[in-house]
Design a protein around this ligand. Sequence first.
Ligand SMILES: *[C@@H]1O[C@H](CO)[C@@H](O)[C@H](O)[C@H]1NC(C)=O
Ligand SMILES: *[C@@H]1O[C@H](CO)[C@@H](O)[C@H](O)[C@H]1NC(C)=O
Ligand SMILES: *[C@@H]1O[C@H](CO)[C@@H](O)[C@H](O)[C@H]1NC(C)=O
Ligand SMILES: *[C@@H]1O[C@H](CO)[C@@H](O)[C@H](O)[C@H]1NC(C)=O
Length: 469
Amino acid sequence: MGSVPSLLLYFFLSLLFPFTTSITIPLRPTNQNPPPQDPYQRLNHLVSTSLTRAHHLRNPRPTTTTTTPLFSRSYGGYSISLSFGTPPQSHLSFVMDTGSDFVWFPCTNHYLCKSCPFSPTSSKIQSFLPKLSSSSKIIGCKNPKCSWVHHEQVNCQECNNNASKNCTQICPPYLILYGSGTTGGIAISETLHLHDLTVQNFLAGCSVVSSHQPSGIAGFGRGPASLPSQLNLTKFSYCLISHKFDDVAGKSSSMILHSDHSGSDKKTAGLQYTPFVNVKPEDDDGDNHPFSVYYYLSLRRISVGGNRVKIPYKYLSPGSDGNGGTIIDSGTTFTFMAREVFEALSNEFIAQVKGYKRAVQVEALTGLRPCFNVSSSTSSPGGGDGALSFPELRLHFKGGAEVALPVENYFAFVDDGVACLTVVTDGPAGPEREAASGPGIILGNFQMQNFYVEYDLRNERLGFKKQKC
Ligand SMILES: *[C@@H]1O[C@H](CO)[C@@H](O)[C@H](O)[C@H]1NC(C)=O
Ligand SMILES: *[C@@H]1O[C@H](CO)[C@@H](O)[C@H](O)[C@H]1NC(C)=O
Ligand SMILES: *[C@@H]1O[C@H](CO)[C@@H](O)[C@H](O)[C@H]1NC(C)=O
Ligand SMILES: *[C@@H]1O[C@H](CO)[C@@H](O)[C@H](O)[C@H]1NC(C)=O
């Protein structure tokens, strides 16, 4: 990206089509919380972070202040960098998260991060310093943006001090709960710098305390506070490089932000599309419905080796309240499926995989299943080294779009010749059997590796194609 010819091209395109702009920014696998070296532990770690996140996305607990869906900050996500302030302060790294709708960064010299992977002094965490910026403003309580942060109308107390001084109420501090951590701070308005684009009065969170959240999060979800909404983007797209490159410094792919207000509904060549599904924007109390920030899709069918997996319809397509249905979430690593869906899928694999033995001990160690010992195979029809034969996993979406996932997007290797299905589900049927709540399927980033994915916000649809990123 950023090569001279392409910049020139953009320049001329912008002269020809003055309403169209597009910005390309690098996207990197997050690499700040090194995963355990042992491959079993590493997978187990990814399983538990995917599950904690799934649990939280499905049960966003209301709190006194505000709740947005979790990002379990660790190995397994992708990040972008943004810069804020006047003059601009150095770039900060943000997790790119389509499952939440608020942008916040570590803020002030006193930023306190508990249980963060770096040193206990958190000296390695880069913070934004509002006092060095002439454009930092604290959001007032009556500012409509205050309710964006809190997802509800904020009750602003009148100042009871009637002294002559001009009394202004600030937007109450936010506290965001994540499945595996929290962040808290105050809402500010700042100037955002994104390449050559400068956006004034961008609503962002100045977090002063967090746990398990060493870097900021850039919410790309559907709420008014999200980065795409505040920038009036008409679409954004990304290509996720393979997780294999997580530890390769400097390796990145790109994220493209488009702003095309010419009213075009043109499809991008080569992409298949499926519409987003809208769920109720408000709950019964008139507050923003917690699920309305997600990108819901309508999945019609899942097939394994050409066999349709028997899945109750409620899990495939959401009700208007957001229960059931499928969402796509860049912040989840392994795809989550509600128990009934998962059992049907994994049974299909168990029934169809003939050439390899189950590796039950590895299932216990990683938390993934089924796992197969592919080194013991004697009859690999694929033949040759590394050629694995697993039944094809295919997703069929509303509108006719369908995708056969590359095998490395749904089976992961554990070092000694064992491969496991990289889909997770709730713990064994038991205590936590709440009524079907929240999305039934959360498509994670592991399944999106080496796909070009476009969120066409204007035309409310998701486009994708296979692509080496
Ligand atoms: C503040 O002043 C207003 C009128 O200016 C008055 O109605 C109100 O009672 C006063 N509030 C307090 C707490 O003194
Ligand atoms: C409060 O500040 C505004 C703008 O700064 C000014 O117009 C207004 O008169 C002030 N009110 C009082 C009671 O001082
Ligand atoms: C987005 O649109 C709103 C309303 O039209 C406008 O106030 C705002 O300045 C725009 N923001 C950007 C970054 O263009
Ligand atoms: C896989 O199979 C091979 C050959 O049968 C065996 O040596 C190895 O121990 C098995 N690995 C696991 C993890 O079961």
